[in-house]
Design a protein around this ligand. Structure first.
Ligand code: FUB
Length: 442
């Protein structure tokens, strides 16, 4: 597990939606694991997008209070999948499960260039919830239709069930003890109405719930059905999430510290249906267990637990060359416009050398403090020559207001052997400083 301390500048006392803003994420699957944190396994809309073709590089996010979410970093990309489609991409909606000391990561991915006819449900495993996942192949013997959107539900008796499906058909079945094969043939999930995709199963007060996306054109909603058996038959109960403004919808439901939450996505940041952003809102139940329509908020949540104390001493590297903490050498690209304390992104770059990755190296969160008057500026980050996602810099209102903080978790080498480079991606923004916060991995 990790000891995670957030720098004061990035620590928030109330939430807002979307909750993940620095990169585009969709299809969140949320789970509370034994360390008491809530983890969100999301798919990653690569920017710029080409439909959903280029989706890749799954990131995991975790929180202790539902308001402050840490990017735990990338856990799997198509290049890591030995049996996968040669061209990569198509890393669609995933899920994760924990059983008997192992974390299982389930992801839909085609095995062939002919992607639509070769979907498989891949499995990667780790002994840690957010790093170290290794591809173990795919679940054999499934097929015949769109095998997307796996969901794995582990019941109170430790029996595990896999659900999946798209294109109107949903099936489910019990997983064998290895969590990578089925005990028998999956069976259709009967009496769900207007099923499209995005199956999710959870249990509350002894009742099983199957939630899913429906087929409303260009405006999918979320519906649900209930049962007293994990494999149905199901009784259809209605719509509980109206359109989010995005053509797809996809959600998961989890309980955290006594309250229930819906994790879903919209396109509020990008305005584009293939550059989506994860949101969280409370989900409420009536006395009889039926679900009330979820209120989609922009304000997000109140903390579910006390906000932890800020990190006392993150490494800080200033874009104007000043330095504290790690002590960085900063150089600017030729096109740098000398604006005090800042970097103008158009055609410019700033390079931070001697960035400290800690004694062992490994995961570190980079926080970029910026100002931009643009609605959505973007910045490209490379670390030791490796390209990370374009970082979103939503508007701070003006070029003088350095209230923006974009974050992403990367992999650093030990000690001061790292180079972090920021280049213009889109629009104008100014960068004041970056904070580098190595994880204290145990
Ligand atoms: O994110 C790619 C696909 O879009 C998912 O697999 C579907 O559920 C929909 O969200």
């Amino acid at each position: 597990m990790s000891t995670i301390r957030i720098p004061a500048e990035a620590l928030r006392s109330v939430g807002s939606n979307p909750v993940i803003t620095s990169i585009f994420t969709a299809d969140p699957s949320a789970h509370v694991w034994d360390d008491g944190r809530i983890y969100m396994y999301a798919s990653h809309d690569m920017d710029p997008a080409r439909g959903c073709d280029l989706m890749d590089r799954y990131h995991v996010f975790s929180s202790a209070d539902m308001v402050n979410w840490i990017d735990e970093g990338e856990i799997l990309r198509s290049d890591d999948v030995a049996w996968g489609r040669p061209e990569g991409g198509f890393m669609w909606a995933p899920d994760a499960a924990y059983r008997n000391g192992t974390y299982y990561f389930y992801f839909p991915h085609p095995s062939d260039s002919n992607w639509n006819d070769s979907w498989k449900i891949g499995v990667a495993t780790s002994d840690h919830p957010a790093k170290g996942f290794v591809d173990r192949g795919y679940i054999e013997g499934l097929g015949g239709f769109a095998m997307i959107d796996p969901c794995v539900f582990v019941d109170d008796d430790n029996r595990a069930y896999l659900y999946y499906g798209g294109g109107g058909k949903c099936v489910g079945g019990e997983l064998a003890d290895d969590m990578m094969s089925m005990k028998g043939e999956p069976v259709p999930m009967e009496t769900t109405e207007d099923f499209h995709e995005a199956a999710w199963v959870f249990k509350r007060n002894g009742m099983y719930y199957l939630t899913y996306a429906d087929n409303l054109e260009e405006n999918n909603r979320m519906r649900y059905a209930i049962s007293d058996n994990p494999l149905g038959p199901w009784t259809y109960k209605g719509i509980f999430l109206e359109p989010t403004g995005c053509s797809t919808t996809h959600g998961s439901v989890a309980e955290f510290k006594g309250k229930w939450y819906l994790f879903y996505h919209n396109q509020a940041i990008s305005g584009q249906g293939n550059l989506r952003s994860v949101c969280i809102d409370e989900i409420e139940f009536n006395e009889d267990g039926t679900i009330r329509t979820v209120r989609q908020t922009a304000n997000g949540l109140q903390p579910a637990a006390a906000i932890s104390a800020p990190h006392p001493n993150p490494h800080r590297y200033y874009a104007d060359g000043a330095m504290t903490g790690g002590g960085a050498a900063v150089s600017f690209g030729d096109n740098h416009m000398p604006i005090i304390g800042g970097l103008e992104l158009e055609g410019a770059f700033a390079e931070f050398g001697q960035v400290d990755g800690g004694a062992a190296g490994g995961r570190a969160t980079i926080y970029v403090h910026y100002a931009t008057a643009d609605r959505l500026a973007k910045l490209r980050l490379t670390v030791n020559g490796s390209d990370y996602s374009l970082l979103n810099l939503p508007s701070t209102g003006s070029e003088q207001s350095f209230s923006g903080c974009a974050q992403i978790t990367v992999t650093l080498r030990p000690d001061r052997s790292n180079t972090v480079r920021l280049t213009g991606g889109n629009g104008d923004a100014r960068v004041d400083y970056i904070l580098v916060n190595p994880f204290q991995d145990l």
